[in-house]
Design a protein around this ligand. Sequence first.
Ligand SMILES: Nc1ncnc2c1ncn2[C@@H]1O[C@H](COP(=O)(O)OP(=O)(O)OP(=O)(O)O)[C@@H](O)[C@H]1O
Ligand SMILES: [Mg+2]
Length: 252
Amino acid sequence: MKTISILNFKGGVGKTSLATNLSFALTMRGAKVLLVDCDRQGNSSSLLPEGARAAPTLTEVLQGKASFNDAIRPARENLDVLPASGDLQEAAKHILMTGMRAYGTLKNAVARHQDYDFILFDHSPSLSSITEAALLASDAMIVPCLLEPYAVEGLIDMINKLGDTLTGLDHEVDLIGIVPFRLDKRYAMTKEYHDSLKEHFGERILHPVRTDGTVSKAQSLGQTVFEYDPRSNAAADFMALASLLVPEEVTA
Ligand SMILES: Nc1ncnc2c1ncn2[C@@H]1O[C@H](COP(=O)(O)OP(=O)(O)OP(=O)(O)O)[C@@H](O)[C@H]1O
Ligand SMILES: [Mg+2]
């Protein structure tokens, strides 16, 4: 089993799009996946119908009021979701007040769920005790990044901040790579930003995700791009990323 944090301390860069579509793509390659929504906005939770997002959510799990199992629900074949709700900051406060034991809740729960091939954490853009608890439970991470001015500087800053956080937690997380978002052949500048990312980070720069309206259209319907339009550019790009993680299709 691999536990992967999808994070960037910047907002709106593609974390949720990557977490949801990569999760689904991994199931298409035969993997069994759990997606844990760590953001009070609950955007990844919208893979679940509204009626299936009620408590217990991540809030109750982190407060010790519900078990990890009780909060997990099936979203698609081989894809389970542990939803987040708007009161997640209550859990953040609880962790800060309770200390080490609460920080370890997710790590301990994940260790008991070896039946998944992948557990993905969709992070919020802010660095909180929830971020730290999910990082402690992760052995790897993927960082989505927008192709925009100062993308390189922003990433260097983010990786330094993350390094300080991980040092504070006395925990190591392997950087699988950086996923450039919104490569757009109509805007030559996005190619330039992509080239400078590759110059600075080399092989850490993974397959890019092209600008594609399918991503937001699918999101607004609580779907993945594979369900909304399997022939879209975005579906091809997310599948290419899944193939990096599961090079050979898993046959159960
Ligand atoms: N490849 C793409 N092409 C076009 N739009 C995209 C693409 N990827 C993401 N988007 C859109 O960009 C917006 C931000 O994406 P997303 O919600 O995945 O970012 P996020 O990092 O999770 O944001 P937040 O920090 O608020 O959680 C969404 O409206 C999404 O539909
Ligand atoms: Mg998000």
